[in-house]
Design a binder for this molecule. Structure first.
Ligand code: G3H
Length: 197
């Protein structure tokens, strides 16, 4: 049995400004949510925690790692970094719509296959995200609990691998910032639960 706890980073500075890309920090509210996550998992063994290489997931993991010194191995994988938005880095959705209406319309028409100029799309990031999952499963060996702290697009891709969603629905899967997916995976079945922390 494998228990995968799939967490998204809590509220970041860019989230509140509706901006994409960048490498922003968590807000004060986000940091409180990170502590709530850590408190929620008291009593659950977490020998492995995987994050992306971006600050907001590292900050999300901080309270967990601080309260579990020596009991948790942390790996930061660039494979779990948020979708690379290329030329739109640091822009808000409203700004993209205003200054790059062509891009905005193309993405709205076909979000899964759309690729940001100079960056990625859902379809083109799939390979590296799944590579990250494989690496995480390999490194965590027989351990029954692993946690991945990722990003909205990344977690959508990871979930879709387990959920067998149609590709065009994947970019719309709801990934909250105050809840996590608990995925229990056995040889024969997979169970999903969305839980508040
Ligand atoms: O750009 C980062 C977002 O978290 C991805 O969300 O694909 O719905 O724009 P979106």
């Amino acid at each position: 049995i494998k228990n995968l706890f799939l967490v998204r980073h809590a509220e970041s500075e860019y989230n509140v400004r509706d901006m994409v890309g960048g490498n922003s920090n968590l807000t004060d509210k986000g940091r409180k949510q990170a502590w709530a996550l850590s408190r929620h998992f008291i009593g659950t063994p977490l020998p492995y925690i995987f994050t992306s290489s971006l600050t907001r997931t590292l900050e999300m993991a901080e309270p967990l790692l601080e309260t579990r010194k020596g009991q948790t191995t942390h790996h930061a994988f660039p494979e779990f970094d948020e979708i690379d938005v290329g030329e739109c880095d640091g822009m808000s959705y409203a700004e993209i719509e205003r200054t790059r209406p062509d891009l905005f319309a193309a993405r709205t028409r076909n979000k899964y296959n759309f690729v940001y100029p100079g960056g990625e799309g859902y379809a083109t990031m799939a390979g590296r995200v799944y590579r990250g999952v494989k690496k995480a499963l390999y490194l965590s060996g027989n351990s029954e609990h692993i946690m991945i702290i990722g990003h909205q697009a990344v977690n959508r891709m990871i979930l879709s691998d387990f959920l067998f969603r149609r590709a065009e629905d994947v970019p719309y899967i709801f990934i909250p910032q105050d809840k996590y997916f608990h995925i229990v995976s056995t040889q024969t079945k997979k169970l999903f639960e969305l839980r508040k922390f």
